[in-house]
Design a protein around this ligand. Structure first.
Ligand code: IPM
Ligand code: MN
Length: 348
């Protein structure tokens, strides 16, 4: 029995998650017994329990095989003192999900590289952070501050994971930082240099984040594994999503040292299109592809789902956000897309 916790979240979260659930339920045809548990995260959890992530959900997470998350946030909570996004940061931290793998892959364009984003440290969590008041030039003045900070252990565990993943790929790692300015990056490079001595057959390259954004557009084919900090990983993954199509297509897996994995698309909750049945479900469906591969260790199902998704696109169907890439395609709804993928997943 595989226990899956579903946290649809806010905005388009429930409608895209529903497409993933169709596929999960179809796994019964492939001999799997699956138990689905539903709960809340983000704004819907604030509305219900006054917290974006309840202790109850954390408890469930600690005893579950897999977590599938939609997305969080929305206009409704813009002025709320507690933000839906805090639920996401909390679940990542509480479950020790220190690495976030975001594959940039498109069979149409022959693109295939991984962004490995640090997910438990850096400026997202660094202390001190806050908004305070201070007298500056004799005037009481507000200031906001965050701290970009990494310790040796956080860097080592992420880099080791990256090197180990690289052994099964092209043995090529690019680390992206800002070591010409930031001390956290200087330490990062030093440790990278040290660890790389244990992996002599893996080539290692360093890029500064500003120049990396150019290389990622101009020479994206030369990357295989990119490893970077929490904030840089957040930014470049959105940028790279355009290489494969749209932001709606990017999946991710977050992992810790135990067996708990969290799967979620990289995109936000898109409150402007929520409830209209037009959102692109590919991000969460590709997250499921990763779940089949990494958690169920079932490469056959993982490939089957991956090619079912791309089959629909190549047969000339897409959601409205992809229209600019597939001019002649027919625009279909979120649910229609999910149904078609599910059909090919079962019968093809
Ligand atoms: C992401 C998102 C989140 C992040 C937000 C919603 C807190 O942008 O997963 O990339 O910044 O990590
Ligand atoms: Mn992001």
């Amino acid at each position: 029995m595989i226990n899956i916790l579903i946290l649809p979240g806010d905005g388009i979260g429930p409608e895209i998650t529903n497409q993933a659930i169709k596929i999960i339920k179809s796994c019964i045809f492939y001999g799997y017994k699956i138990n689905l548990i539903y709960n809340y995260i983000g704004g819907v959890s604030i509305d219900k329990f006054k917290t974006p992530l309840s202790e109850n959900v954390i408890k469930i997470c600690l005893n579950i095989d897999v977590i599938l998350l939609g997305c969080v946030g929305g206009y409704k909570w813009i002025n709320s003192p507690i933000k839906p996004e805090e639920g996401l940061l909390k679940i990542r931290k509480k479950l020790n999900l220190f690495a976030n793998i975001r594959p940039i892959k498109c069979p149409f364009k022959n693109i295939d590289f991984l962004i490995i984003r640090e997910l438990n440290g850096g400026i997202y969590y660094g202390k001190p952070k806050g908004i305070s008041k201070q007298i500056i030039n004799n005037i009481p003045t507000w200031y906001g501050y965050d701290t970009e900070i990494y310790n040796e252990q956080e860097i080592i565990r992420l880099l080791k994971l990256s090197f180990n993943l690289s052994l099964n790929r092209k043995k090529k790692i690019t680390s992206i930082d800002k070591a010409n300015v930031l001390y956290s990056s200087k330490l990062w490079r030093k440790i990278l240099n040290y660890i790389s001595k244990n992996y002599k057959n893996i080539s290692v390259n360093n890029l500064y984040i500003d120049y990396a954004t150019i290389e990622l557009i101009k020479n994206y084919k030369k990357f295989d594994i990119i490893v970077t900090s929490n904030i840089f990983g957040d930014i470049i993954s959105d940028q790279c999503s355009l290489l494969t199509g749209s932001l709606g297509m990017l999946p991710s897996i977050s992992i810790n040292n135990k067996s708990i994995c969290l799967f979620e698309p990289c995109h936000g909750s898109a409150p402007d299109i929520a409830g209209k049945d037009i959102a692109n479900p590919i991000g969460i469906l590709l997250s499921l592809v990763m779940m089949f591969e990494y958690t169920l260790n079932n490469k056959i199902l993982s490939n089957k789902l991956f090619y079912s998704i791309y089959k629909i696109l190549s047969y000339g169907f897409c959601t409205i956000d992809m229209k600019k890439y597939f001019f002649n395609s027919k625009i279909i709804s979120t649910n229609e897309f999910g149904d078609l993928v599910n059909y090919y997943f079962i019968y093809d």
